[in-house]
Design a protein around this ligand. Structure first.
Ligand code: P6P
Length: 337
């Protein structure tokens, strides 16, 4: 049977099912090609002179890796000329990037974390790109980058597409346009993403959790209670043994959950309380929450559904608990006790 490429899948979603517009199809194809270019740059590693620090800090105050900067540039350059976007926002840039006046503007907004988990680059552990697509509000003020921020401040339920690329033993693109979750594998010989799983589903139950245990003393009581119950195993109140995984690349941890279930937590902790959390809402929590819910999972802050948060700033951070629905519901319930 002929391979169903990303282009064919998107055409079926656009032409045959009317789920997406032609412009959104084009936008996603462009993003996928940028992810291919990022995958190639990463794959060169030390041979490509792209490892190590860039010598600069990003808006988050984090030291940028050369590949952070390169990945950001690849996504900006790939997306600014096509006429499908009004503006872009990135973890690596303080303000939105407006489409230059020499190019036509479109109806969509794109946010992305160009290279998430970059602390893992130099130790050759899987990293990824996360992206989210919103519609630009009618009449939005895009006169300056500062003014454009307001256009992005929409709840996650307004997303029209979200996805991530995971750069691991294979490069995968995991995508939703609101019609389930599809997984594509990069065929490097043909230079295109090929559909390898349609309608990914996250099991409602799991025996595997992901959290950075070194933060235990900083967690709030409901999370400490939940993790302690899992660690107690079959002799404990949950009556089963659990396993733990923590890659420290959200994309890698989320993809494991997308593949075999689990619960991922970067909850509120005292170290990050003043910032609102560790992970960013617009280009980490929201796209991953959209994907997880589309795959039958759940995603909350512990106290509310992530997709229902109305952002008040572009780089807002939130606590994140996502994955197998019954486990997310359990620990979210502990917050209500
Ligand atoms: P920690 C990577 O920097 C990241 O933003 C996520 O990809 C990852 O889940 C988390 O931070 C890891 O944080 O505190 O364990 O290093």
């Amino acid at each position: 049977m002929a391979q169903r490429t990303l282009a064919r899948y998107l055409t079926e979603e656009q032409r045959d099912k009317g789920v997406i517009t032609g412009d959104l199809k084009f936008l996603i194809e462009i993003v996928s090609r940028a992810c291919q270019a990022i995958s190639i740059a990463i794959g060169k590693g030390g041979l490509g002179g792209v490892l190590g620090e860039a010598g600069s800090d990003n808006v988050q105050g984090e030291a940028q890796k050369k590949l952070d900067v390169l990945s950001n540039e690849i996504l900006l350059e790939a997306n600014e000329w096509g006429g499908h976007l009004a503006a872009m926002a990135s973890e690596e840039m303080d303000l939105p990037h407006l489409v230059p006046n020499r190019f036509p503007k479109g109806e969509y907004l794109l946010t992305f974390d160009p290279l998430d988990g970059s602390s893992n680059i130099d130790v050759n552990v899987s990293i990824g790109t996360i992206f989210s697509v919103l519609k630009c509000p009618e009449g939005a003020d895009l006169s300056t980058p500062e003014a454009a921020e307001q256009a992005f401040l929409q709840p996650g339920t307004a997303q029209v597409a979200a996805g991530y690329a995971v750069y691991g033993p294979t490069t995968l693109l995991v995508l939703t346009v609101g019609d389930g979750v599809a997984v594509f594998t990069l065929d490097r010989e043909q230079g295109q993403f090929v559909l390898t799983q349609e309608n990914a589903q996250i099991p409602a139950d799991t025996k595997e959790f992901a959290i950075n245990m070194s933060n235990r003393r900083f967690w709030e009581a409901p999370v400490r209670r939940y993790v302690d119950e899992m660690v107690a195993g079959r002799e404990g109140p949950l009556g089963k043994d659990y396993n733990m995984r923590w890659v420290a690349s959200m994309v890698a941890d989320v993809h494991r959950i997308m593949t075999r279930g689990g619960i991922f937590m970067y909850p509120m902790d005292e170290k990050v309380r003043d910032k609102g959390g560790k992970l960013r809402l617009m280009y980490e929590a929201n796209p991953m929450a959209f994907l997880v819910e589309q795959a039958g999972g759940a995603a909350t802050t512990g106290r509310q559904r992530i997709l229902e948060i109305t952002p008040d700033k572009l780089h807002q951070r939130v606590p994140v608990i996502l994955g197998s629905k019954n486990e997310v519901d359990r620990v979210t319930g502990y917050h209500a006790d």
